[in-house]
Design a protein around this ligand. Sequence first.
Ligand SMILES: NS(=O)(=O)c1c(F)c(F)c(SCCc2ccc(C(=O)O)cc2)c(F)c1NC1CCCCCCC1
Ligand SMILES: [Zn+2]
Length: 257
Amino acid sequence: GPGHGHWNYSDQIAWASDFHDCGGESQSPINIQLSETVYDPSLGPFVLTGFDVPEDEKLKLKNNGHTVVLDLPDTLLINGGLPQEYRAAQLHFHWGSHANPGSEHTVDGQRYSGEIHVVHYSTEFSNIREAMTKPGGLAVLAAFIQAGSEENPTYQHLLQYLPQVSKEGQDMEVPGFNIGGLLPGQMDRYYRYNGSLTTPPCFQSVNWTIFNDTIKLSEQQISILEDTLLGDDDEILQLNFRDAQNMHGRVILANFR
Ligand SMILES: NS(=O)(=O)c1c(F)c(F)c(SCCc2ccc(C(=O)O)cc2)c(F)c1NC1CCCCCCC1
Ligand SMILES: [Zn+2]
């Protein structure tokens, strides 16, 4: 609509003047202050189905100028761990620069190298555009990316193609692979809170899950993520994370002590 001008990460305060919900009281990301989390054993294990996508299925990988997005087929479902069934729509990443980490969520003020978001919408809606404006319409599974000693073979299925989508707007088809392998090895322990999209239009419709276990990439793989993609005006795309938002009384649940 009018005034829905372009936004960037350097002037995040301006978002609320163009996108009303960005100034709301249930915004993301947040800092997870461990001493303030509340134990909730009713948050059960996740059941993923359809996450091992056959390689003859082609998935669109796109640099949209703000992140790199992998569109997912509509056969990936999550049950358990959430109030209802959700269908995967896309996944994307947030990262920093060589000198600075770039996760969106932080833990006791610690920022990780990067963060993956797997975005789902409730199957009570027929598509994500309908779901994204409704409370609980979206569920994002988030996990932190850290440097480890080994190359992560599953991440190579995506990282190897980044040079071919280095420019804003570029996209390509990549062969399917085990999308579940992009998530942490252990998915039993996680944090849960109600928040928003971390990008304009900042709709407050997201049921957030942040896994306790992290994803390990080699230093070289993290550098590919940090140093390959270009955004507006062919500027390097780095530090694409929003600042931590006020909790406004919200509680963060943890399904483990
Ligand atoms: N962390 S997050 O989930 O809020 C998020 C971000 F932080 C994001 F930064 C993004 S990318 C910015 C939004 C965008 C811009 C252009 C295009 C395009 O040209 O196709 C598409 C999207 C981004 F795409 C998402 N996720 C999207 C939010 C956009 C609207 C709902 C669709 C799926 C979730
Ligand atoms: Zn995101």
